[in-house]
Design a protein around this ligand. Structure first.
Ligand code: PMP
Length: 446
């Protein structure tokens, strides 16, 4: 075990027991802990003093790279100036300023922002707005939601109900009722080793018509999908698929929500994947890159049509009975503003487009290595999928993840899929390091 340098602790395994780690095999981790103690640019430093290339932007969030002083300074200044202000029936300038700056980057007429503290809360907020919207219009039968298999919308009850990852659902009872799911769009048989958007699979969007027929459009409030399903395995939308979803939802008066918690803020190119792929939903959920991961914050971007519907009642009436103690928190808003300054000044939303080909070509050189069954990518996000070991799904992925980490590269391992979503400041030399390390790890551990 590494020499844990935990202040006031003995450095033994017992020191690790108090913390129950999220989405982690706690006992496995605690018998073989991996601690990150500082970070700068593209690299973490581990507690044993090694430089580790961060090929995941933390957890799909540190899009401008680590340790950005502009953000640090904005945060510390803000805490001194105004540490907190209540967001209900009171305002503070930073939240309004951040909202105004953000809507310069949103597609279509998504000109209104509701702040949350995480991606999970953004999903809940968007789903609740969808329900309340239909009710306000006298269409209160519209209560069902449609998600997608392998979709991830956070871990709260609404999110796991519309989400399609079995492990995240199966222990938690009957969930929110009235939810149905579209099929996911991963088809390795037809689309293996596609660079960019898969050619096959647009017809999977037509399953929405069947679901609508089954439940009747008058009962359906919203469809929620990630334009690119991240946590479910980096699954790109087939060509034409998102457009088809938009056409079908529009035809039936159903709201379309894109969960851009991962794809937002430059991951695919442009601020939002919606813009890059030319499809405007009715709401977008975001978090992660919103503050470069430095301070927790989420947001929902809402169309003019939806917002207007809420702004019709008596002027002294609260329009939406929903919100969080920390909605639009001044410190998070300050971090977000500084983050947006960096994205704009360094033109980072264009980076995924500029680097896409180099990143893709380099990764696809791994295609003939043992066990590799697919490599897929778009912008600055990619995944390598491995054939599972007999009787031990996930074991091969974990071995390769672990070897890469030991050799100085952090990738995101989920089962037999390794995902990469590097900070948008990545340079060709980092791509070389990533790919050569993965090549070694796959050759030795696959
Ligand atoms: N939606 C998507 C698409 C996500 O990828 C995530 C997080 N990985 C979430 C929602 C949940 O975000 P959080 O963990 O901040 O609640």
């Amino acid at each position: 075990m590494s020499n844990l340098s935990l202040p006031g602790m003995s450095g033994s395994r017992a020191d690790l027991e108090a913390l129950w780690m999220p989405f982690t095999a706690n006992r496995q981790f605690k018998s073989d802990p991996r601690m990150l103690v500082s970070a700068e640019g593209m690299y973490y430093t581990s507690d044993d003093g090694r430089q580790v290339l961060d090929s995941c932007a933390g957890l799909w969030c540190v899009n401008a790279g680590h340790g950005r002083r502009q953000i640090t300074e904005a945060v510390s200044q803000q805490i001194v100036e105004l540490d907190y202000a209540p967001p209900f029936q009171m305002g503070h300038p930073k939240a309004f300023e951040f909202a105004n700056r953000l809507i310069k980057h949103t597609p279509g007429d998504l000109n209104h922002v509701f702040f949350t503290n995480s991606g999970s809360e953004s999903a809940e907020t968007a789903l609740k707005i969808a329900l309340a919207y239909h009710r306000l219009r006298g269409d209160s039968g519209r209560q069902k939601m449609i998600g997608r298999e392998r979709g991830y919308h956070g871990v709260n009850f609404g999110g796991i109900s519309v989400g399609g990852i079995a492990n995240n659902r199966k222990s938690f009872g009957s969930l929110v009722s009235g939810v149905d799911h579209l099929p996911h769009t991963l088809n390795i048989n037809l689309n293996a080793f596609t660079k960019g958007l898969p050619e096959h699979g647009v017809e999977l969007a037509d399953a929405l018509e069947s679901i609508i027929t089954l439940h009747d459009a008058s009962n359906i409030a919203a469809v929620i999908v990630e334009p690119m399903a991240g946590s479910g395995g980096v699954i790109m939308p087939p060509q034409g698929y998102l457009k088809r979803l938009r056409e079908i939802t529009e035809k039936h008066g159903i709201l379309l929500i894109f969960d851009e918690v991962i794809t937002g803020f430059g991951r695919i190119g442009e601020a939002f994947a919606s813009t890059h792929w030319g499809v405007t939903p009715d709401m977008i959920t975001a978090a992660k890159g919103l503050t470069n991961g430095a301070v927790p914050m989420g947001a929902v971007f809402i169309s003019e049509k939806i917002h207007q519907t809420f702004m019709q009642g008596p002027e002294n009436a609260i329009e939406l009975f929903h919100g969080y103690t920390y909605s639009g928190h001044p410190v998070a808003a300050a971090a977000g503003l500084a983050t947006l300054d960096i994205y704009e000044q360094e033109n980072l939303f264009q980076k995924a487009i500029q680097m896409e080909d180099l990143f893709a070509e380099a990764l696809h050189t791994l295609k003939d290595l043992p066990g590799v069954i697919d490599i897929r990518n778009s912008g600055l996000v990619a995944a390598i999928e491995f054939a599972p070991d007999d009787n031990a799904p996930g074991a091969r992925g974990y071995r390769i993840f672990r070897e890469a980490y030991d050799k100085g590269v952090l990738v995101r391992g989920t089962g037999d899929i390794l995902a990469m979503s590097p900070p948008l400041i990545i340079e060709p030399k980092h791509v070389d390091q990533l790919v050569s390390t993965l090549e070694h790890a796959i050759k030795t551990k696959s």
